[in-house]
Write a protein that binds this ligand. Structure first.
Ligand code: GSH
Length: 312
């Protein structure tokens, strides 16, 4: 692998934990850039052009947004162990999508109930905790966030389903082989597991707990710290970009001025010129005064591309 893998993340981010565990399973070396937990994030936006969610992966002047796309990329770069083993790839991806959407939005509000938040934010000044709450309210504006009552019944149901699913002594969630499903479910339950006052809910599901401990033991690979200024300099100095093309028949042409934005929450759009489009991903080119010409890649699923009017 030529250019370095640079993961922009923060310790407490569940979707970052998903990617860190994939890096661990694949025994990869990577550079670790710690980004702010709340806005403003000027060095993040210099690279992504608008997307503010965590994590994203940088290779030179290519920026890969969303853990689903990052995991597909890592699997191409380092195929062993595979995240999409042919015998279970369909089941694995459906399970992963369920976990990243439904299980995530049960686990996070459950873990951040008052006694969980008190422990998770124990070392944080009250004004920082308030800023976090305000930031996440804006981040999820327009989305119906589960109440604690909603999240509690959902998490109990989901844990019971998983316990049943593991009842045939399968080693991994989609079958005998590790897959993307393990990482998507593990990052959600990790967020509950790491907060002692609420982690007891997992004890009632011994198969789930044993599977989670096995999955978390994959570790994080070999990270080494980098600061965000250095990461921007890496983008500015990169000799080029990963090859991409715009496939015909998908509604857009190469060079179109577009915005790309998530459709669920954290909807901030990234504007640019379309340079890549397929059924799996969309790529736009944009210039930044500090990072230079960057290509920002998104998954196609879960993101909306909109043509922008060009000022004449
Ligand atoms: N679908 C996205 C979801 C990412 C996501 O929700 N990340 C959370 C942190 S785990 C986030 O962006 N929180 C707000 C922030 O970090 O600014 C992915 O798979 O990467």
């Amino acid at each position: 692998m030529s250019a370095e893998l640079i993961l922009h993340h923060y310790t407490t981010s569940p979707f970052s934990e998903k990617v860190r565990l994939v890096l661990g399973a694949k025994a990869l070396a990577w550079r670790s850039v710690h980004i702010p937990v709340v806005m403003p994030k000027p060095d993040v936006l210099a690279l992504t052009g608008g997307y503010r969610r965590t994590p994203f992966l940088q290779i030179g002047a290519d920026i890969y947004c969303d853990s689903a796309l990052i995991c597909r990329l890592l699997d191409r770069l380092q195929p062993e162990p595979p995240l999409y083993p042919p015998e279970s790839a369909g089941t694995a991806q459906m399970l992963a999508q369920w976990a990243d959407s439904r299980l995530f939005w049960a686990a996070v509000p459950y873990a951040l109930q008052p006694r969980g938040a008190a422990a998770a934010l124990a070392d944080v000044a009250p004004e920082v905790a308030l800023a976090f709450a305000a930031d996440r309210a804006a981040f999820t504006a327009g989305m119906r966030r589960p109440t604690l009552a909603d999240a509690t019944v959902a998490l109990h149901s989901y844990l019971a389903w998983l316990e049943l699913h593991l009842g045939d002594d399968r080693a991994h969630l989609a079958g005998p082989q590790l897959s993307i499903a393990d990482f998507s479910v593990a990052h959600c339950l990790w967020f509950v597991h790491r907060v002692p006052p609420v982690a007891g809910v997992l004890q009632r599901h011994p198969r789930v707990l044993a599977w989670l401990q096995r999955t978390l033991a994959l570790g994080h690979g070999r990270p080494s710290l980098m600061d965000s200024g250095e990461a921007i300099a890496v983008a500015a100095a990169a000799p080029g970009h990963a090859p991409v093309e715009v496939a015909p028949g998908l509604g857009f042409e190469a060079g179109d001025a577009v915005t790309v934005a998530a459709t669920d929450y954290g909807l901030d759009p990234t504007p640019g010129r379309l340079v890549g489009l397929g059924v799996d991903s969309v790529t736009i080119a944009r210039s930044d005064p500090r990072a230079g010409l960057v290509h920002v890649h998104f998954p196609r699923l879960g993101f909306q591309i909109k043509k922008e009017k060009i000022e004449s």
